[in-house]
Design a binder for this molecule. Structure first.
Ligand code: HEC
Ligand code: HEC
Ligand code: HEC
Ligand code: HEC
Ligand code: HEC
Length: 548
């Protein structure tokens, strides 16, 4: 125990000055409404090139096609992927080739949404409901003009800035000029970035000053994705149990790099960019790239801690109700914050739940367990004392657990304090990890710890998916290994089907896809923790070589 205390002290005292999490102020209600949004059409000249568009080639000063960016990002986002052998843009029918963000608004007009609208008493209205648009569009919905029913004005139905769903600006930030509400008007990144010589070598903070969200840093990138894929109360991005009960597909557990790989990816990793351009970049910016395998492992740990921290803040905000946007109807206790399978499972005698070491009180739903699983592992790796080999338990975890079962649905006051302080502890470790590469020993320990977690006891479905994802991410690119975990649905696009045409979509050149619950839900019901454990046992007997 003394070791832990010493370690924690070390952790506090040696943490470098918190690396400024630039852009955090951009991902707030104020930050997102300070700048104008521009239609995606104005990006087309430069970002739809299958062969490098002449305009972009001129900007990059590199007509040979050697490029810092791909230049065909919009086509990838639309699912009209091009390859070097087939420069002609083609409407792809491969469901995994479509970036679903391009359909986020269209989905609000799908059969599933139509049915949800009926159940929620808002027939044919959900594509105008800010509670849905907060995640299914790129505009700051809290700012948009609403009618007396609280729906976003019908004028927006034909506004491409809304109907393009989660478009470039949904992740990269509003590209237009600042609206002047906050000091002198500044040119937006949409115009500032098109001249590489002036833009490329800016620091993330300088880019943020133009409203450009820093997607390179793993911390701000995870916060961005998680704001929609887990939730963010301040931005009104909250999935309620009412939405689930009306038919919203359950959100899969989030793991950053796995989700990025399945997006599909429209960017090159730093080490994939042309060597001469990297050399120049490093000379101009004194940037020191991390070794790719080390970075991948560290990003796994950092993003796990960020996800845990953000999910705690969401729970705290919903319990407190203070910062929650008015259009979110989510009175506490919000069932969607608790373990779905605590309430939704067949009653069975001798079920695996009775044998598992559920942490908490039998019969009281605990908080959704998966965000803690990888965070626990990250904490363990980074706090292990090389001398004694002992590590600290995930800070604040015990008190969050305790508070969440102290009364049915938790002791609200205790829960608010416990979640916020656990989030603060995680944030502190994140700051440190950002600046400290993992040792070779620590990297190896991550795989070992994954195997340990996979083979010890019973793991819930979502945590099992996360462990399998992480293991595959670090240890193998061999798709066959996924067959070790047959009931886990490791590819997000499994359980997807081509959707019925959506009213008004006749002119869309893309395949519209939908989540088919008949395909995606049975595996959850069939999930068997014992066969999952056996799969991990098989892996621990023959660990594969690490791929560089
Ligand atoms: C006139 C051509 C042009 C137009 C129009 C244009 N871009 Fe770009 N874009 C570029 C160039 C050139 C780069 C590479 C900049 C560099 O070298 O850092 C780039 C880079 C980017 C990046 C990566 C920036 C970074 O710092 O890594 C994003 C994101 C992007 N563009 C999005 C957009 C969006 C969204 C629009 C429409 C609002 C748009 N672009 C319009 C030329 C253009
Ligand atoms: C769901 C979020 C998301 C959306 C939507 C999105 N991007 Fe990106 N984009 C990213 C992330 C994340 C990165 C960089 C990640 C990294 O560097 O690790 C990126 C990187 C880029 C880059 C730099 C590419 C490179 O090779 O370095 C360009 C250019 C870009 N995006 C353009 C666009 C355009 C144009 C659109 C709209 C069609 C768009 N993005 C939509 C998340 C998104
Ligand atoms: C503004 C909200 C928002 C942000 C930010 C966002 N997403 Fe999404 N994402 C969505 C929505 C909404 C969907 C579902 C779209 C649909 O099908 O209607 C989605 C779908 C996806 C899917 C497809 C999932 C599947 O089941 O097929 C992946 C993968 C994904 N997002 C990854 C990411 C990553 C990685 C980031 C961060 C770089 C990110 N998203 C940022 C809202 C967002
Ligand atoms: C505290 C218990 C509890 C928790 C936790 C809970 N639910 Fe529910 N859920 C209910 C109850 C009660 C109903 C209403 C059942 C009915 O109408 O028969 C319901 C209904 C539903 C329904 C519609 C009815 C059905 O069975 O299809 C769905 C879907 C659903 N919940 C999904 C979820 C998801 C996803 C989660 C986790 C994010 C979750 N629930 C967490 C208690 C819970
Ligand atoms: C917290 C963010 C968030 C909110 C709020 C939200 N969604 Fe979603 N929605 C998502 C994400 C993320 C997905 C993709 C889930 C996946 O990958 O399985 C999704 C998927 C969907 C799908 C399935 C798309 C398909 O391809 O079948 C529909 C339909 C949908 N949402 C409708 C709605 C409606 C209607 C509302 C409002 C009542 C809403 N959503 C609110 C994030 C959100």
């Amino acid at each position: 125990m003394r070791n832990f205390a010493a370690l924690l002290l070390l952790l506090v005292t040696t943490s470098l000055p918190a690396q400024e999490n630039t852009c955090q102020s951009l991902l707030t209600r104020k930050g997102l409404s300070q700048r104008a949004s521009v239609p995606i059409g104005s990006c087309g000249n430069c970002h739809t090139g299958s062969t490098l568009s002449p305009l972009l080639a001129a900007r990059l000063g590199n007509p040979e096609g050697n490029r810092w960016i791909r230049g065909d990002e919009i086509l990838i986002w639309l699912g009209q992927k091009t390859t070097p052998d087939n420069p002609q843009a083609e409407n792809s029918k491969d469901l995994s080739a479509i970036d679903r963000h391009s359909q986020a608004w269209t989905s609000l007009r799908s059969k599933t949404a139509e049915q949800m609208g009926k159940v929620l008493g808002k027939p044919n209205q959900l594509h105008r409901d800010p509670a849905c648009l907060a995640c299914h569009s790129s505009l700051p919905v809290y700012e948009l003009e609403k009618d007396s029913a609280g729906l976003v004005s019908a004028n927006y139905e034909t506004d491409i800035r809304l109907t393009s769903g989660v478009s470039c600006e949904g992740c990269h930030g509003p590209a237009g000029d600042s609206l002047g509400a906050d000091g002198p008007q500044k040119p937006g990144w949409g115009t500032a970035h098109v001249s590489p010589d002036n833009w490329r070598y800016l620091t993330p903070a300088e880019k943020c000053d133009h409203g450009y969200y820093d997607v390179r840093s793993v911390v701000s990138r995870t916060r961005l994705c998680v704001s929609c894929h887990v939730g963010n109360a301040e931005l009104g991005r909250v999935i309620t149990h009412e939405m689930y009960a009306a038919g919203h597909p359950p959100l899969p557990p989030f793991e950053l790099q796995t989700f990025e790989q399945q997006m599909p990816r429209h960017w090159q990793e730093y080490h994939e960019k042309p060597q001469d351009m990297r050399t120049r970049f490093e000379a101009q910016t004194s940037y020191q790239p991390a070794e790719p395998t080390e970075l991948k492992t560290r990003e796994l740990l950092i993003s796990a801690l960020v996800t845990w921290s953000e999910s705690l803040k969401l729970t705290a905000d919903l319990a407190e109700q203070k910062t929650v946007v008015d259009f979110v109807k989510s009175p506490w206790p919000e069932f969607a914050q608790f373990d779905c399978y605590a309430c939704h499972h067949d009653l069975r005698h001798d079920g695996w739940r009775q044998q598992s070491q559920v942490r908490g009180r039998p019969g009281r739903p605990r908080l959704t367990p998966w965000p803690a699983t990888l965070a626990e592992l990250a904490w363990q790796i980074t706090t292990t004392d090389p001398g004694s080999g002992s590590s600290a338990p995930l800070a604040g975890f015990a008190s969050v657990q305790q508070a969440s079962v102290a009364a049915p649905f938790g002791d609200t006051v205790e829960l608010m304090t416990a979640t916020r302080s656990a989030a603060a502890a995680a944030d502190q470790l994140i700051d440190r990890l950002q600046n400290t590469p993992l040792t070779a020993q620590q990297q190896q320990a991550v795989s070992t710890a994954l195997l340990q977690k996979g083979t010890s006891g019973t793991v819930d479905y979502d945590s099992a998916r996360q462990l399998a994802w992480s293991w595959l991410l670090l240890n193998s690119t061999d798709q066959n290994r996924q067959s070790l975990f047959p009931e886990l649905f490791l590819q997000l696009h499994q359980g997807r089907a081509e959707a019925d045409p959506i009213p008004g979509s006749e002119n869309l050149s893309v395949t519209v896809i939908r989540i088919d619950p008949a395909l995606s839900l049975p595996p959850i019901a069939n999930y068997d923790p014992i066969s999952f454990r056996k799969a991990f046992e098989a892996l621990s007997q023959s660990p594969p070589p690490r791929t560089p």
